[in-house]
Structure formats: structure tokens, C-alpha cells
Design a protein around this ligand. Structure first.
Ligand SMILES: [Zn+2]
Ligand SMILES: [Zn+2]
Length: 180
């Protein structure tokens, strides 16, 4: 049996989101094969294809040893340096089409719940439907049938995907859409 995954405040279920997978791969951080490996983006100046286990992300080993960073809070205002550091250095990120970016609410980073298409939004993240529509309206300038069409075309593994977050304080859903 593999160990239980570390707890990530800002990415509560990285197995469900696909950012961590069961794997026999060896982690470059601890040289261990602990049963899980990170599949999301790693930004590290001097290293390509870093294979990292979730524990070496959680305890800061990956950040210290390789200068690796993960979640991008560069576009987010009004969160603490501590939250920025935790999301950037000790939280698994996720693979998006153009760029993963972290969303925030109530002065803190939000929890990433996963990539979603129209089906997942209806089934698993119905609370996020409004946030996605708002993003399509304000970010994409879509309305009425055009917005409906675009919304219906969202796919978890397709060319346009919604990335769903939830505020850790007020519980509101947040989302943005990214395209291939
Ligand atoms: Zn490791
Ligand atoms: Zn909030």
C-alpha cells in the first residue's frame, strides 16, 4: 500500500484533478518510488523533466533542491506572501492549455478543484457554472447562443477547458477558461 498523500491546502485532491498519478517512477528529490508522481508543470531554470513525488513538493524539497516552482500567482493581487509562497513552491499545479494560473478570493488563494468540460460542470461542479458563464461573458465577450454554444463545447480533454476553483473562506466557485 502506498502512503497517504500529503495535505495540500490549495489543491485538496490532486489525484482527482490528474495532477498526481499512481506510478512506480523514481522522484529526483528523494530518490524514492513512493507510488505517486506529479504530472503537472514544473518551472525550474536548470532542470528539464523533473520527476517529483508529492511529498517533495509538499515539504519544499523540490523548491529548495531544484529551484522548482509550481502554481502561478503572478496575475493575482491581494494575497499574502505566505499564500503566494505555498502555492508557488509547495503546491502541485495543473496542466492548462496556455498557462496554469491560480485564482484567489477573500484575500487568499483558492483551492483548485480540477479541469472541467460541460459534462463535469453539470455533474461535479454545478456551483461553478455561473463563474464559467461570467468568464465567457466578460473574458470572451460572448452572450446568448454564442455563449451557450461555447459552454456546450467545453471539454475536460478537449480544445477548450474550464479550470475550477473554490474559495476556502466564502465557498464561492471561481473559474477561467483556456483554449488550445
Ligand atoms: Zn520525492
Ligand atoms: Zn471568497
Amino acid at each position: 500500500m502506498a502512503d497517504a498523500l500529503p495535505v495540500f491546502k490549495y489543491h485538496p485532491d490532486p489525484l482527482a484533478t490528474g495532477s498526481v498519478e499512481t506510478s512506480d517512477a523514481v522522484c529526483f528529490g528523494c530518490n524514492g518510488a513512493r507510488g505517486y508522481i506529479y504530472t503537472g508543470p514544473v518551472y525550474a531554470e536548470k532542470f528539464d523533466d523533473l520527476s517529483l513525488c508529492p511529498w517533495c513538493i509538499a515539504d519544499g524539497t523540490a523548491a529548495q533542491k531544484f529551484g522548482a516552482s509550481f502554481g502561478d500567482t503572478g496575475t493575482v493581487d491581494g494575497i499574502s506572501a505566505k499564500a503566494r509562497e505555498e502555492i508557488g513552491s509547495r503546491t502541485p499545479s495543473f496542466t492548462a492549455w496556455q498557462q496554469d494560473r491560480w485564482l484567489a478570493c477573500c484575500g487568499d488563494g483558492a483551492a483548485f478543484l480540477g479541469p472541467a468540460g460541460a459534462g463535469e460542470l453539470k455533474r461535479d461542479f454545478s456551483g461553478a457554472v455561473r463563474a464559467v458563464r461570467e468568464h465567457l461573458e466578460n473574458g470572451y465577450g460572448l452572450e446568448d447562443e454564442d455563449l451557450e454554444e461555447f459552454f456546450k463545447g467545453l471539454r475536460k480533454d478537449g480544445d477548450a477547458t474550464a479550470y475550477v476553483f473554490r474559495c476556502l473562506s466564502c465557498g464561492n466557485y471561481l473559474a477561467y477558461v483556456d483554449e488550445a
